[in-house]
Design a protein around this ligand. Structure first.
Ligand code: HEC
Length: 185
């Protein structure tokens, strides 16, 4: 704008130079385009794919299914135990769905005090920044345990009933016949 000598020069008064419009449009597109991309929500944390492997690797040696190895009377491999009230009065919880800052589990994995930190300092186990953030997000999203994928029932599938009476009692043949049917007719 230093090139303006006339006081009332149009582009100077408006502070806008039409010849720079494409550059301005590009700048706006960059600013708002990337903001829009950043606003896209990441997919929900998956317990089976992201959290269980993490807990299994860093916590289950002391808080898993093996009763003799269990520490602090805490079991983190089943939701019944991990979400149960604790303490003599049953007024403490290790996981409070939706509230990581009140969840003992999150406070322990982020503690600055080496005496409280989990996994314990001497265990040679560690959680990095990203893993802690993932656990935080999982608690924020409800700290939901999913059954192990091997135990999730396969969705019920309806066996097709072909127009022609089936020649077989095996329902698998009904699927094959349903596929072949359009060609036969
Ligand atoms: C090497 C064994 C070991 C490992 C691995 C370990 N812990 Fe612990 N944990 C302990 C012991 C021992 C205690 C009981 C003493 C204490 O409270 O510090 C405990 C206690 C806790 C408590 C407090 C329970 C309560 O009643 O308040 C929480 C929460 C916890 N652990 C979470 C975790 C998590 C989450 C991990 C994995 C990221 C983990 N721990 C890994 C040994 C372990």
């Amino acid at each position: 704008m230093g090139i303006c000598r006339r006081a009332n020069h149009r582009s100077c008064v408006a502070g806008f130079n039409p010849r720079r419009a494409p550059a301005l449009a590009l700048a706006l597109w960059c600013a708002f385009g990337s903001a829009a991309l950043a606003a896209v929500e990441p997919p929900a944390v998956s317990f089976n794919h992201q959290i269980r492997p993490l807990l299994s690797d860093r916590c289950f040696s002391c808080h898993g299914p093996d009763e003799r190895a269990r520490k602090g009377k805490l079991r983190l491999d089943t939701s019944e135990d991990a979400l149960a009230p604790r303490g003599a009065r049953g007024d403490r919880w290790v996981l409070i769905p939706g509230d990581p800052e009140q969840s003992e589990l999150y406070l322990r994995i982020t503690s600055e005090d080496e005496m409280d930190l989990m996994p314990p300092a001497g265990s040679n186990l560690k959680l990095d920044e990203e893993e802690r953030a993932l656990i935080r997000r999982w608690i924020e999203e409800g700290a939901e345990y999913q059954p192990h994928w091997a135990f999730i029932p396969v969705a019920d599938v309806e066996v097709p009933s072909p127009a022609a009476p089936s020649r077989s009692a095996n329902p698998i043949d009904a699927f094959v016949e349903a596929l072949l049917e359009p060609e036969v007719m």
